[in-house]
Design a protein around this ligand. Structure first.
Ligand code: SF4
Length: 121
Protein backbone atom coordinates (compact mmCIF):
# COMPACT_ATOMS: atom_id res chain seq x y z
CA UNK A 1 0.00 0.00 0.00
CA UNK A 2 1.36 3.41 -0.96
CA UNK A 3 1.28 6.35 1.46
CA UNK A 4 -1.53 8.64 0.36
CA UNK A 5 0.93 11.47 -0.37
CA UNK A 6 2.63 9.41 -3.07
CA UNK A 7 -0.21 7.54 -4.75
CA UNK A 8 -1.68 8.79 -7.99
CA UNK A 9 -4.93 6.98 -7.22
CA UNK A 10 -7.23 9.50 -5.55
CA UNK A 11 -10.23 7.22 -5.11
CA UNK A 12 -9.98 7.62 -1.31
CA UNK A 13 -11.07 11.25 -1.63
CA UNK A 14 -14.70 10.52 -2.23
CA UNK A 15 -17.55 8.26 -3.26
CA UNK A 16 -21.27 8.50 -3.91
CA UNK A 17 -23.67 6.11 -2.19
CA UNK A 18 -26.66 6.22 -4.53
CA UNK A 19 -28.24 3.35 -2.54
CA UNK A 20 -28.55 5.55 0.55
CA UNK A 21 -32.22 6.33 1.28
CA UNK A 22 -31.27 9.94 2.04
CA UNK A 23 -29.33 10.55 -1.19
CA UNK A 24 -29.14 13.32 -2.26
CA UNK A 25 -29.38 14.74 1.27
CA UNK A 26 -28.27 18.30 0.40
CA UNK A 27 -29.67 20.35 -2.49
CA UNK A 28 -27.42 22.39 -4.74
CA UNK A 29 -24.46 20.02 -5.21
CA UNK A 30 -23.18 20.58 -8.75
CA UNK A 31 -20.19 18.21 -8.97
CA UNK A 32 -19.90 14.54 -7.94
CA UNK A 33 -21.84 14.11 -4.68
CA UNK A 34 -19.23 13.21 -2.05
CA UNK A 35 -20.63 11.04 0.74
CA UNK A 36 -17.23 10.60 2.44
CA UNK A 37 -17.94 13.49 4.81
CA UNK A 38 -21.53 12.51 5.55
CA UNK A 39 -20.78 13.41 9.16
CA UNK A 40 -18.87 16.62 8.63
CA UNK A 41 -15.52 16.62 10.46
CA UNK A 42 -16.02 20.35 11.10
CA UNK A 43 -19.20 19.96 13.14
CA UNK A 44 -17.31 20.69 16.38
CA UNK A 45 -15.06 23.36 14.85
CA UNK A 46 -15.38 26.85 13.46
CA UNK A 47 -16.23 26.59 9.74
CA UNK A 48 -17.38 28.79 6.84
CA UNK A 49 -20.59 26.87 6.14
CA UNK A 50 -24.08 28.41 6.09
CA UNK A 51 -25.30 26.58 9.20
CA UNK A 52 -28.19 27.74 11.33
CA UNK A 53 -28.50 27.29 15.05
CA UNK A 54 -31.03 25.12 16.84
CA UNK A 55 -31.50 23.86 20.35
CA UNK A 56 -31.69 20.09 20.80
CA UNK A 57 -33.91 18.28 23.28
CA UNK A 58 -31.14 18.46 25.89
CA UNK A 59 -30.99 22.22 25.61
CA UNK A 60 -27.68 22.25 23.70
CA UNK A 61 -27.06 24.69 20.86
CA UNK A 62 -26.13 22.82 17.70
CA UNK A 63 -25.46 23.45 14.02
CA UNK A 64 -28.16 22.66 11.47
CA UNK A 65 -26.09 22.03 8.34
CA UNK A 66 -29.01 21.30 5.97
CA UNK A 67 -28.08 24.17 3.64
CA UNK A 68 -24.36 23.40 3.43
CA UNK A 69 -22.84 21.65 0.41
CA UNK A 70 -19.16 22.32 1.18
CA UNK A 71 -18.26 18.74 2.33
CA UNK A 72 -20.20 17.19 -0.56
CA UNK A 73 -19.63 19.18 -3.76
CA UNK A 74 -17.00 17.29 -5.79
CA UNK A 75 -14.63 14.56 -4.59
CA UNK A 76 -11.44 16.61 -5.04
CA UNK A 77 -12.95 19.94 -3.98
CA UNK A 78 -14.62 18.70 -0.79
CA UNK A 79 -11.52 16.67 0.14
CA UNK A 80 -9.34 19.77 -0.22
CA UNK A 81 -11.84 21.88 1.70
CA UNK A 82 -11.86 19.53 4.71
CA UNK A 83 -8.08 19.07 4.72
CA UNK A 84 -7.45 22.82 4.70
CA UNK A 85 -9.90 23.53 7.50
CA UNK A 86 -8.49 20.74 9.66
CA UNK A 87 -4.95 22.09 9.43
CA UNK A 88 -5.58 24.49 12.33
CA UNK A 89 -8.91 23.47 13.82
CA UNK A 90 -10.52 25.93 16.21
CA UNK A 91 -13.23 24.51 18.50
CA UNK A 92 -16.66 25.93 17.69
CA UNK A 93 -17.75 28.53 20.25
CA UNK A 94 -21.45 27.93 19.67
CA UNK A 95 -22.12 31.14 17.78
CA UNK A 96 -24.04 31.84 14.60
CA UNK A 97 -22.25 32.04 11.28
CA UNK A 98 -20.87 35.49 10.56
CA UNK A 99 -21.11 37.68 7.45
CA UNK A 100 -18.65 37.38 5.80
CA UNK A 101 -18.31 33.75 6.88
CA UNK A 102 -15.63 32.66 9.33
CA UNK A 103 -12.15 32.97 7.83
CA UNK A 104 -9.91 29.91 7.73
CA UNK A 105 -7.65 29.78 10.80
CA UNK A 106 -3.97 30.39 10.15
CA UNK A 107 -0.98 29.03 12.06
CA UNK A 108 -0.15 30.92 15.24
CA UNK A 109 2.55 33.52 14.63
CA UNK A 110 6.04 32.13 15.08
CA UNK A 111 5.05 28.70 13.81
CA UNK A 112 6.72 27.84 10.53
CA UNK A 113 4.78 25.75 8.06
CA UNK A 114 6.73 23.27 5.89
CA UNK A 115 6.34 23.71 2.15
CA UNK A 116 4.04 21.15 0.55
CA UNK A 117 5.77 18.09 -0.89
CA UNK A 118 5.96 18.04 -4.67
CA UNK A 119 4.82 14.75 -6.16
CA UNK A 120 7.00 13.49 -8.99
CA UNK A 121 5.57 11.26 -11.62
S1 SF4 B 1 -21.90 24.21 8.04
FE1 SF4 B 1 -20.96 22.89 6.47
S2 SF4 B 1 -18.76 22.97 6.86
FE2 SF4 B 1 -19.79 23.75 8.70
S3 SF4 B 1 -19.99 21.96 10.05
FE3 SF4 B 1 -21.89 22.12 8.86
S4 SF4 B 1 -21.56 20.79 7.07
FE4 SF4 B 1 -19.54 21.19 7.97
Amino acid sequence: MQPKDTTGNEAFKGFTNTACPFHPCHAGVKREFNCLFCYCPLIAYECPGPYRLYTDRNGLTRKDCSACTLPHDGYQQSWNFIQKWLEYPVPWKGGAQTEPPTARPRPPSGVSVPAPEVRRG
